[in-house]
Design a protein around this ligand. Structure first.
Ligand SMILES: [Zn+2]
Length: 235
């Protein structure tokens, strides 16, 4: 067997030798016939990976009760249908007024998938793959909240063209403003939120360069790790 034939143990699939959820590995066959344990020694040292244990080839080598945990994972809710319904409810005149009040174009808001839920403006929030995992709502008064069950996510506009640099903005309306300036931009949920999503997005899409755009408030500055007043800050 090669090291490639093993996978790391997890909380759901613990090391059958030491019963820990980390460090050790089990073979990928099912049920696993071998384990490489980092904690319990055997006669066979496997390099830095640990000690090799044969689990149940002969039914006797390994006699120990194994905890079997069957993970019940709820699939992440897909909010794309909700987002599409909201999108269909937008009335052009109303969107025109809203865009005018924000000082952005309706086109940029539409690229961000803006919708109307009957009372609030809605923006889909996506994971790094672009799957809609939540809906940001914005009241007429400008208050922000999210549809119940939403995950925080990125505001990813349609029609990004691999322009450089990619701006990382804060929230959907800043993102719309950046789009109006003909930048490619992706919005994070807040000044400090969604960092891991941004990193994943950048890894996936590999833009030539990335520039974080900070708000001038304290959160924006802290989120960028800089005390500079405004504008474009290299992360
Ligand atoms: Zn172990």
């Amino acid at each position: 067997m090669l090291l490639d034939d093993f996978r790391r143990v997890t909380k759901a699939c613990r090391c059958p030798v030491c019963d820990h959820p980390d460090w050790c590995m089990v073979s990928k066959d099912d049920p696993p016939s071998r384990a490489i344990c980092q904690r319990v020694e055997s006669k066979h040292r496997w390099g830095d990976a640990g000690w090799l244990h044969v689990l149940h080839d002969d039914g006797r080598t390994w006699v120990r009760t194994r905890k079997i945990i069957i993970p019940v994972r709820r699939p992440l809710a897909d909010f794309s249908v909700y987002a599409a319904k909201c999108r269909d409810r937008v009335r052009p005149a109303q969107l025109e007024r809203f865009a005018g009040a924000l000082g952005v174009t309706t086109e940029s808001l539409e690229r961000l998938g803006i919708g109307w839920d009957g009372r609030n403006w809605s923006f889909p929030m996506s994971d790094a793959e672009g799957l809609v995992r939540g809906i940001r709502l914005r009241t007429r008064g400008g208050d922000k909240f999210a549809v119940t069950g939403s995950k925080q996510g990125l505001f990813i506009p349609g029609g990004l063209g691999n322009r450089n640099p990619l701006l990382i903005t804060e929230g959907p309306t800043d993102t719309a403003a950046a789009l109006d300036l003909r930048f490619d931009a992706v919005g994070r949920p807040s000044g400090r939120g969604g960092t891991h999503l941004v990193i994943e997005y950048v890894r996936r899409h590999k833009p030539g360069s990335v520039v974080g755009v900070a708000d001038t408030d304290a959160v924006g500055r802290a989120g960028q790790g800089s005390g500079r007043d405004h504008g474009l800050l290299l992360p």
